[in-house]
Ligand binder design. Structure first.
Ligand code: ADP
Ligand code: MG
Length: 399
């Protein structure tokens, strides 16, 4: 789960990380009011979308020469003008894709006199299985370009979970940023606080870009992108409230309401499977037979009628789906119960594309009988290979 920049900064501030003052705004008037609460003389009006590259982004509805999604303003009128141009319009950045994202919230924040811009991120390094710092003096710009052109300017070091954050980690951050004296001390302290925020919120990433050195030698977070491990959200009810559902894929959102793990893909064959491993194997074998899966969908252990119906509806709401392959192993859940769920769901959604079902496990024969006697054109399959061949053949028959 991702959150907006202003939420990320409020969160980091709770852990003692220095951020400029600022207020979120949902309307032009709120933006103007927000600026009145700030000291000035420089304000920054920032579009809040779950994507970076806003500064260099372009609004679809505005002329090409109009400014992007991060704007400096010196007066109330300039704040008003920036807010009016941004709210309700669609911002396209290198991270949004061509469709862009509609701006519904703004952040009005203190303008800072920047001397230098750094990059500092914390993430889970899957190779070492540890939390890692990624630090570079080349902040402000696109870090992927730095990684590609000048990889030696990116420093990575991980933290042993047995010791946690140690003073030497802080010194390594300061050194990688080329800081000395008081700024080095600020960097050490900031690194420890960001680490605490990372662990304390079960974050999966905290990316600060830029981490700025101000003209008066203060280290400050000017932009922050924070994502959390969704599997830990049950113990962070307060963080769940930061969720902005308008930023999420509508189908994935619907799936999450039923506890279905759904990810949309580009192919033609809708898949409904229980267990992530079986889902991966099913996707592989569809590819082996010459077609591509339209989605990853794990209905989980308790695949009851309600879940199966929701899963069918989600798969079918994707116009690309030309056929469905159901591959379910009845372990705890019996095959006859699953078969009843599939039949009821298929009737409810008026299934109009070919459906191949492979069941295996407890009460498999009763399950197959229910499918065969349902009066629906369900094609039964005996094993994984058989199922994949049959759905590909059925879809090609219709085409
Ligand atoms: P994005 O990464 O989405 O483009 P940022 O928040 O990083 O958005 O803003 C882009 C640039 O705007 C920053 O690199 C920085 O130079 C400038 N900027 C952002 N916030 C401030 C601020 N509070 N004061 C001064 N400049 C800022
Ligand atoms: Mg940025």
């Amino acid at each position: 789960m991702n959150i907006h920049e202003y939420q990320a900064k409020e969160l980091l501030a709770k852990f003692g990380v220095p951020v400029p003052a600022g207020f979120a705004a949902m309307s032009v008037e709120e933006a103007v009011e927000a600026s009145k609460k700030l000291p000035g003389p420089l304000y920054v009006v920032k579009a809040q979308i779950h994507a970076g590259g806003r500064g260099k982004g372009k609004f679809k509805e505005l002329p090409a020469e109009a400014k992007g999604g991060v704007r400096l303003a010196k007066t109330e009128d300039e704040v008003r003008h920036a807010a009016t141009e941004m709210l309700g319009n669609t911002l396209v950045t290198i991270q949004t894709g061509a469709a862009g994202k509609q701006v519904n919230r703004l952040y009005v924040t203190d303008g800072v006199d920047i001397a230098k811009e750094f990059y500092l991120a914390l993430l889970v390094d899957r190779a070492t299985g540890r939390v890692a710092f990624v630090v570079s003096t080349e902040g402000g710009m696109d870090i992927e370009t730095v990684a590609h052109d000048t990889p030696e300017k990116i420093h990575t070091f991980d933290v042993d979970p047995a010791t946690g954050f140690m003073p030497h980690h802080g010194r390594a951050v300061a050194k990688a940023l080329g800081l000395e004296g008081d700024l080095a001390k600020q960097a050490q302290s900031l690194a420890g606080k960001v680490y605490n925020a990372f662990l304390g919120t079960d974050a999966s990433q905290i990316e600060i870009n830029p981490l700025a050195v101000t003209e008066d030698n203060k280290l400050m977070v000017l932009d922050a992108k924070v994502g959390f491990d969704s599997n830990s959200m049950f113990r962070h009810k307060d963080l769940m409230e930061l969720r902005d559902e308008t930023e999420e894929d509508p189908m994935e959102l619907e799936a999450s309401k039923y506890d279905l793990a759904y990810i949309k893909l580009d192919g033609d064959i809708g898949c409904m499977v229980n267990g992530a491993g079986l889902a991966m194997a099913t996707m592989d074998i569809i590819k082996l037979n010459g077609m591509f899966p339209a989605n990853f969908l794990d209905v989980g252990g308790g695949a009851n009628k309600e879940k199966v119906t929701a899963a069918f509806k989600i798969i079918l709401s994707d116009p690309a789906v030309k056929g469905i392959l159901v591959n379910i192993f009845g372990g705890i859940m019996r095959c006859d119960i699953i078969a009843e769920g599939i039949v009821a769901a298929a009737k409810e959604v008026n299934l109009a594309v070919p459906l191949v079902v492979r069941l295996e496990g407890t009460n498999v024969q009763q399950g197959k009988d229910i499918l065969a006697n349902s009066g629906l054109a369900i094609v039964p399959a005996n094993d994984l290979g058989d199922a994949a061949q049959k759905i590909v053949a059925e879809v090609k028959k219709v085409a």
